[in-house]
Design a protein around this ligand. Structure first.
Ligand code: ISE
Length: 341
């Protein structure tokens, strides 16, 4: 069987996934697209000879679509499409964040728990990145002793103009909210967000840039994170894990280097599509394989992971607004469906 995928959202990330599904993924075909801006959907429908649906709801309800991908903006449009897909019993992949608030994510947890089967995968693609995977393996196997500290930086070259303070947390730091607890295998105890006085001149009134965050897990590991989204140099993602007997760090994919005029140069990626291409390809292939097997990979990011990240993000926002105190991260009880992963 070839899985007929429908994609809602044809913007920057949507376009990337559309090209991926149409050209890259085994066992699937791009069957339809929808976007609130009709001309964007029309463009891709023409490019790939697939159906153009007038709305996301129409795409989800169509008998020509087996499984749905939600890649819309703003991010609080994800949950309604995810819930609609669950209503008609279709598998759905949604880009991160699952939503912009934990309350909203809980509605998906409830709906999926009622069905009693995992139908949702959340787009925390970093879990599929070969670098993060090597780090996780070393931590799990205790190769360098136990992990003590994580130093993380999340830097973007520039942002879109409608990107504000909360986006630095719920759109950007949400990746670290997910990856750190996954790497060290422990839920968060407390998090904090601090705004340093020195701010880049390239930001605007609604966006503090850079921002500094901390994460402390229940098993006592401390992480610090710099979010700097107008760094005016490159897409620069770093993660260094300090263990008892060694440190492990991510490197960017580098395929060549230049030596010239007594200097050695390597390129740094300019955006996430390039930096995490291997991770994006692997996550979508994993989702497709899961849907075709009628059983999502138990290690793929779940609705619960989407909720956990949003609970941490909510606590970060609270800390930022309440004088940078360390805020507790309080999770509801984990339903059976999301245990033993
Ligand atoms: C974007 O939505 C992403 O997911 C990128 O990975 C992140 O670096 C960027 O800050 C976000 O805006």
């Amino acid at each position: 069987m070839t899985l007929r995928i429908g994609i809602i959202g044809c913007g920057y990330k949507g376009g990337d996934h559309i090209d991926r599904v149409a050209n890259q993924i085994n066992g699937a075909t791009l069957a339809g697209v929808a976007d609130i801006k009709q001309e964007r959907a029309e463009k891709y429908a023409k490019k790939y000879g697939c159906k153009h649906f007038q709305s996301g709801e129409e795409l989800i309800a169509s008998p020509d679509i087996d499984a749905v991908m939600v890649v819309t903006r703003p991010h609080d449009t994800h949950v309604p499409f995810v819930l609609k897909s669950l209503e008609v019993g279709k598998y759905v992949f949604t880009e991160k964040p699952l939503s912009t608030s934990a309350e909203d994510c809980k509605r998906v947890v409830e709906a999926e728990t009622k069905i009693g089967k995992r139908l949702v995968q959340v787009g925390f693609m970093r879990r599929y990145d070969n670098g993060y995977r090597q780090i996780k393996q070393a931590i799990d196997e205790g190769t360098y002793g136990k992990p003590l500290l994580l130093h993380m930086t999340h830097r973007n070259e520039t942002t879109v103009s409608d990107y504000y303070d909360n986006d630095a947390i719920v759109e950007t730091a949400i990746h670290e909210c997910d990856i750190m607890h996954w790497l060290v295998g422990s839920d968060y105890d407390k998090v904090s967000c601090f705004i340093p006085a020195a701010q880049t001149r390239y930001t605007h009134e609604g966006l503090k840039d850079p921002q500094c965050m901390t994460f402390d897990t229940k098993n006592g590991i401390h992480g610090d994170l710099e979010v700097f989204v107008n760094n005016h140099n490159s897409y620069d993602i770093n993660c260094e894990v300090v263990c008892e007997e060694g440190t492990i760090s991510l490197t960017s994919p580098i395929f060549s280097k230049v030596k010239t005029q007594e200097r050695e140069q390597t390129a740094i990626p300019e955006n996430d599509s390039y930096r995490f291409r291997q991770a994006f390809d692997s996550e979508i292939q994993d989702w497709v394989n899961g849907v075709l097997a009628d059983h999502l990979n138990p290690t793929a990011p779940t609705t619960w992971d989407g909720l956990m990240a949003c609970v941490a993000a909510d606590a970060l926002e609270k800390s930022r607004d309440n004088g940078f105190v360390r805020e507790p991260v309080v999770l509801p009880e984990r339903p059976e469906l999301y245990k033993n992963k």
